[in-house]
Design a protein around this ligand. Structure first.
Ligand SMILES: [Zn+2]
Length: 342
């Protein structure tokens, strides 16, 4: 119950526990850390703790206030999320937060506002928020959720209490996936490495069947003829399912590149003669060993270098089709050259 029900995040738990115990809740918090590690879930737990009318102090989970927060229907706990199809938090949305913050509580004794994707606020949106941060209405608590702090104006950041969220340790993620999703321990292991400490991402990878993508990448890993333009086509099919936006495509390419990195890193480990104990994809050790024998250490490290360059292109907003073609052509070139293990 309470914060103990949350996986990981020991530091945020300590900070918020102390604030609740001492009755010193800040008017504004900035929860920042990687996408999908559970910042929103944590913020909702904090909101429940603050509205709870039962015993405990961290949210009893049973009273009407706790249940309403959990169902997203508490009139004094408002979650503002990025509107579907938009790529920025605009001034209209922030004005809504500001207006709501001026209202008296309906049921509880405070009003709590969660503003998701705060790092995507436009400049005018941030300006609109500033007045509320400078003169917070009595009893209001604003929690900004942000994947990164750069991008949020320093004037906003300096008026919030920052709470840093890190990734959840891989062993905890793997255990959680085994316990709650019923995955095999070996599957939990590679998913934990792939999701970089983000339960949200791990669940999405499960739902979208990225195990299939990994199988496909592993199958073609050592075959020059499977890359080139044909390889780019099949990567594009994975990256851009019909109806997906550019930002979704970029996120999926990021995942493809992350997967390739994990696989090639394993090939490199095996090609160097190290054992299987440290592999990310331990469940596919046999196939990886076969690939390592074909590719060899030197070519594996050049392929890994190519993938890490592609990650840089992605950061620099290179067009997604061009990126996939260049990546695939380069991988074919490396594989077609000599330099195998023997
Ligand atoms: Zn309660």
């Amino acid at each position: 119950l309470g914060f103990d029900a949350i996986l990981g995040h020991e530091l945020p738990k300590r900070v918020l526990r102390a604030a609740i115990e001492k009755g010193r809740i800040a008017h504004a918090y900035l929860f920042h850390g990687p996408e999908g590690v559970g910042k929103r879930t944590f913020a909702l737990k904090v909101a429940a703790a603050l509205q709870c009318t039962g015993a405990g102090g961290e949210g009893c989970g049973a009273c009407s206030a706790c249940r309403k927060v959990a169902r997203g229907v508490h009139p004094d706990v408002l979650l503002f999320r990025l509107e579907a199809g938009t790529e920025a938090v605009g001034v209209d949305q922030v004005r809504e937060v500001v207006n709501e913050a001026g209202l008296r509580p309906f049921e509880g004794h405070r009003r709590i506002f969660l503003l998701d994707d705060a790092h995507l606020m436009t400049e005018s949106a941030a300006n609109a928020l500033l007045k509320t941060l400078e003169e917070p209405p009595a009893g209001s608590v604003l929690i900004l959720l942000a994947a990164r702090v750069p991008g949020i104006p320093p004037t906003v950041v300096s008026r919030c209490q920052p709470v840093a969220f890190g990734g959840i340790p891989p062993a905890l993620v793997a255990g959680h996936l085994v316990d709650t999703e019923g995955v095999e321990p070996s599957e939990g292991e590679w998913l934990a490495a792939f999701c970089e400490g983000s339960i949200g991402r791990a669940l999405r990878y499960l739902r979208e069947d990225w195990g299939e993508v990994r199988r496909d990448l592993l199958d073609r890993l050592a075959s020059p003829e499977a890359w080139g333009l044909e390889g780019a086509d099949s990567l594009r099919t994975v990256a851009r399912p019909s109806g997906s936006s550019t930002s979704e495509a970029r996120a999926r390419i990021r995942s493809i590149l992350d997967l390739l990195t994990l696989l090639l890193r394993d090939v490199l480990v095996l090609a160097s003669g190290a054992g299987e104990a440290d592999l990310y994809n331990r469940d596919r050790a046999e196939e990886l060993l076969a690939r390592a024998e074909v590719i060899g250490f030197e070519r594996a490290s050049r392929m890994l270098q190519t993938v890490s360059e592609a990650l840089e292109w992605l950061e620099r907003n290179v067009h997604v089709d061009l990126l996939l073609e260049t990546l695939s052509l380069r991988l074919r070139r490396v594989l077609a050259e000599g330099g195998g293990s023997r």
